[in-house]
Design a protein around this ligand. Structure first.
Ligand code: HEC
Ligand code: HEC
Length: 304
């Protein structure tokens, strides 16, 4: 009997380890007082040069973590060059931004604050506005035990908040943990996702977010704005992007760095054609969408 149980466990753990996708952790450790400040800042127009928008304008955490637009509306009615990616689970990405030019979340926040068509702030502006604000003076004093609020503290608090923006317990993660099974269509969709080779690029905890890959591996694509090449100027980096996460993917249309795919059907078709060199039949696209439905997670309990 013991032997059978051992075999059973060994088989289960091998099967589990063999899955190319891992569940995301149910919670990350973070500092509550600091994260609360970060949350306040995330929703506050104080961080925008013209005080009209906040992080939340382009990253609505209750609707997939993006803004549902092709490109976003920044300060002074400027448009961003690229589609807003989700902020949810971005903590698990190996780098930040479509072309991964930020190595850490802290670098990402710093760059976001400075970007002209997003918040367009200077370091000095951030420091003086936050230090003049009575609410933030009090909150930062409680969390950081400081007299003066530094730029790094502002970034650190938003970083702590971003640790809470994860979506564990999706149906698929519960399936991976062996708690439930998938429906026939969902299971078939997942099998096709692996069989077609989507999994070669979209894998790991975030079903993406862990490598750079070419857009248009098989058939070159038209638009490669904002690719890795745009910062490195090395030919080899042309059309190279960080593979985006597919968690909560059904909530974040339109798709791709330029928002060129209006819906998920078009995005899957394009991926099949440009990146795998295949025409995916409609009925199989529908099955992959069924699998994608299982990737919607639960936003961690709101911090008050
Ligand atoms: C005007 C819209 C806008 C605002 C405001 C904005 N963002 Fe973004 N965000 C974007 C766009 C567009 C990108 C993609 C830029 C790129 O890749 O070059 C992005 C990228 C990101 C990413 C990277 C995600 C990934 O997977 O690469 C994170 C994280 C993020 N923003 C968080 C924030 C935070 C935190 C704030 C507030 C301090 C903020 N954003 C404010 C539009 C916005
Ligand atoms: C060779 C690597 C590779 C393969 C194979 C691949 N993808 Fe992608 N996928 C990417 C990259 C890179 C992007 C980002 C491209 C862009 O935005 O310009 C992407 C983007 C996406 C997006 C849009 C994500 C968003 O947030 O906008 C979806 C959906 C997607 N892929 C699904 C699939 C499916 C389904 C398959 C299999 C049919 C697949 N991918 C195969 C690399 C790959």
């Amino acid at each position: 009997m013991k032997y059978i149980i051992f075999i059973l466990f060994a088989t289960i753990s091998i099967l589990y380890a063999a899955e190319p996708i891992d569940p995301i952790p149910q919670q990350l450790i973070y500092n509550l007082k600091k994260a609360k400040i970060g949350k306040n800042l995330f929703f506050d127009t104080i961080l925008a040069k013209d005080r009209t928008i906040s992080c939340s304008s382009c990253h609505d955490i209750n609707h997939g973590g993006d803004d549902g637009k092709k490109v976003s509306d920044g300060v002074f009615s400027r448009k961003t060059d690229l589609n807003s990616p989700t902020v949810l689970n971005s903590i698990f990405n190996f780098k930040q931004f479509w072309n991964g030019r930020a190595n850490t979340i802290q670098e990402q926040i710093d760059m976001t604050l400075h970007t002209k068509d997003e918040l367009d702030m200077t370091k000095e502006m951030v420091i003086s506005r936050i230090n003049e604000n009575i609410k933030y003076k009090k909150l930062f004093k409680e969390a950081y035990n400081n007299q003066k609020i530094s730029y790094d503290m502002v970034i650190d608090s938003i970083f702590e908040y971003q640790k809470t923006l994860i979506t564990p317990d999706s149906k698929f993660d519960r399936y991976l943990r062996g708690e439930i099974s998938l429906s026939k269509d969902e299971e078939e969709g997942y099998t096709l996702f692996k069989k077609f080779g989507c999994i070669a690029c979209h894998n790991g905890k975030n079903i993406g977010g862990n490598s750079f890959q070419q857009l248009g591996v098989m058939v070159k694509s038209v638009n490669c704005d904002g690719d890795v090449y745009s910062t490195t100027k090395k030919d080899i980096d042309k059309c190279l992007y960080k593979v985006p996460t597919l968690r909560n993917i059904l909530l974040t249309k339109p798709y791709f760095h330029d928002g060129s795919a209006k819906n998920i059907h078009d995005a899957i078709k394009t991926m099949g054609y440009n990146n795998l060199g295949i025409e995916i039949e409609n009925k199989n696209i529908e099955k992959i969408i069924k699998f994608f439905e299982t990737l919607n997670g639960e936003l961690s309990k709101d911090i008050k």
